[in-house]
Design a protein around this ligand. Structure first.
Ligand SMILES: Nc1ncnc2c1ncn2[C@@H]1O[C@H](COP(=O)(O)OP(=O)(O)OP(=O)(O)O)[C@@H](O)[C@H]1O
Length: 122
């Protein structure tokens, strides 16, 4: 197969694997399922409160960042459990800082939500 064609086929395969990964995350991970429900609810709220273009962009970014970080956190947890299934202080530390990253993005998303919606509700 010519180099250019092989490159395209590999990119399409990668997109396919990535899509399968996103579906797997949504199907198997409770935290992602909860975040997806929240994402749908705030999207409905966005239409209800008629967000402007900037508010939509910030809201979509906040949703994407928190779900992406949660996905990476899940991957880190899976790797940690695979390479070292037994209890170990280092694994605990790795999982804690990975969960810490999710916590930071969640707090940022909550603050963004408050900034967007408090003036609209009150
Ligand atoms: N193998 C381990 N060694 C040491 N501490 C661990 C280990 N596994 C889990 N822990 C501790 O328990 C916490 C929760 O870990 P766990 O893997 O259950 O994640 P979780 O946030 O409950 O994720 P999920 O509910 O998605 O499985 C970790 O942050 C860590 O402090």
């Amino acid at each position: 197969m010519p180099k250019k064609e092989k490159f395209l086929v590999n990119r399409i395969k990668s997109i396919n694997y990535a899509f399968r990964g996103a579906v797997l995350l949504i199907k198997t991970e409770a935290s992602i399922q909860i975040q997806l429900v929240i994402a749908i609810l705030v999207t409905i709220a966005g239409f209800y409160f008629n967000l402007n273009i900037t508010e939509w962009i910030v809201q979509i970014l906040a949703i994407c960042i928190i779900m992406s970080v949660e996905g990476l956190n899940t991957a880190i947890e899976k790797i940690a459990d695979f390479v070292h299934p037994e209890h170990h202080a280092k694994i605990g530390f790795i999982k804690d800082i990975s969960a810490g990253a999710v916590f930071i993005s969640a707090i940022s998303a909550i603050i963004i939500g408050l900034i967007i919606y408090i003036p609209k509700i009150f």
